[in-house]
Design a protein around this ligand. Structure first.
Ligand code: UDP
Length: 327
């Protein structure tokens, strides 16, 4: 039986990866420091004999006894509000943690996949974004702590690949959504749905003409699984190229939720990318992968998940602080 270590396992993506790898017949060791992760996301796995959870901050030395076949580094804050609230942890988990995990991979002769991001392209001047594009990133802006940590993470990973011969994979993840997203992390999809559920107006930042392309989580997990099992060690974009303006997206959420609230406009946060759409031709070519779930289907599933959450989660005070981070 093969064993996989998943960091950030109590997070949105990490928890879906735990489910997938257990289903594939692997033993899963889940690790999380629970800063942004939530045990509710993996509660259903506690008691599974092939699943174990270690409460640990991977920016500190990581010890795992026994053999390891795969390591998946998915621990990181991943929303602009998180970067503003916990900038140092965001930098550390992209830099110190990846050094620890690459060392562990080398020691255990394990294959390691790291979660990179479309943010390494910054506010892109090339559209759509393909893997050869080097990006347009402001290192000292508010998103710099995430963008630069992820860029360093890619560089470190390639160095271990080239210098130590560690088997590495790099997935560049574009905007992804689905059940188990944090309702109060400030990202646009949970923000709009949360606002609709609480009877608040939907907040559009800027004039809403900026674009994003949203990928349903099951599609993303399939792409990551294929990449890990492939022999391709350069970065690969995984995302859904179906691009939409944020103001049109707000209309879709209004229709989906039936809210009678209106949209209100707020200032655009600094360095907010104006357009983002993955070029997925490489993933199609090397992994035979493309997304299957369209937005209306994925949004319905995600909306029923958010509706099922407790009042405590819906009204958790965290989201109320956001005003002080957003001008
Ligand atoms: N956004 C918005 N209203 C919100 C939250 C976000 O208009 O309440 C915008 C944000 O400015 C950005 C887009 O939605 O242009 C996506 O933001 P998100 O934080 O989800 O992720 P990003 O892709 O920027 O990392």
């Amino acid at each position: 039986m093969k064993t996989v270590l998943i960091t950030g396992a109590a997070g949105f993506l990490g928890s879906h990866l735990c489910d997938r790898f257990l289903k594939e017949g692997l033993k899963v060791i889940a690790m999380d420091n629970l800063i942004t992760g939530d045990m509710d996301n993996i509660q259903h796995l506690i008691g599974n004999e092939h699943f174990s959870f270690i409460h640990h901050d991977v920016t500190n030395y990581v010890h795992v006894s026994g053999k390891l076949d795969y390591i998946m580094h998915f621990a990181s804050p991943a929303s602009p509000i998180d970067y503003l609230k916990i900038p140092i942890q965001t930098l550390k988990v992209g830099s110190l943690a990846i050094h620890n995990l690459l060392g562990l991979a080398r020691e255990k002769k394990a294959r390691i996949i790291i979660a990179s991001t479309s943010e390494i392209y910054g506010d892109p001047q090339v559209h759509p974004q393909h893997e050869e594009y080097w990006g347009h990133v402001n290192p000292v802006g508010p998103r710099g702590v995430y963008d630069e940590a992820k860029r360093f993470q890619e560089a470190m990973t390639m160095a271990y690949n080239r210098y130590h011969g560690v088997e590495t994979r790099i997935v560049r993840i574009f905007n992804t959504y689905g059940p188990r997203m944090r309702l109060n992390d400030g990202r646009v999809l949970p923000a709009f749905i949360g606002q609709a559920l609480r009877g608040e107006d939907l907040t559009i930042f800027g004039d809403g003409t900026q674009t994003r392309s949203f990928c349903y989580v099951d599609d993303l997990v399939e792409g990551i699984y294929r990449l890990l099992m492939s022999d391709y060690d350069e970065p690969v974009n995984i995302g859904n190229p179906d691009e939409i303006m944020i103001k049109e997206f707000a209309e879709e959420i209004i229709k989906l939720t039936g809210t009678t609230q209106k949209v209100v406009y707020k200032d655009l946060p600094q360095d907010d990318p104006k357009q983002r759409r993955p070029d997925i031709s490489l993933a199609q070519k090397v992994l035979g992968w493309e997304p299957k779930v369209n937005r209306s289907e994925g949004l319905k599933i995600t909306y029923s998940y958010f509706k099922s959450l407790s009042e405590e989660k819906l009204y958790r005070v965290e989201h109320k602080d956001f005003a002080k981070y957003i001008k």
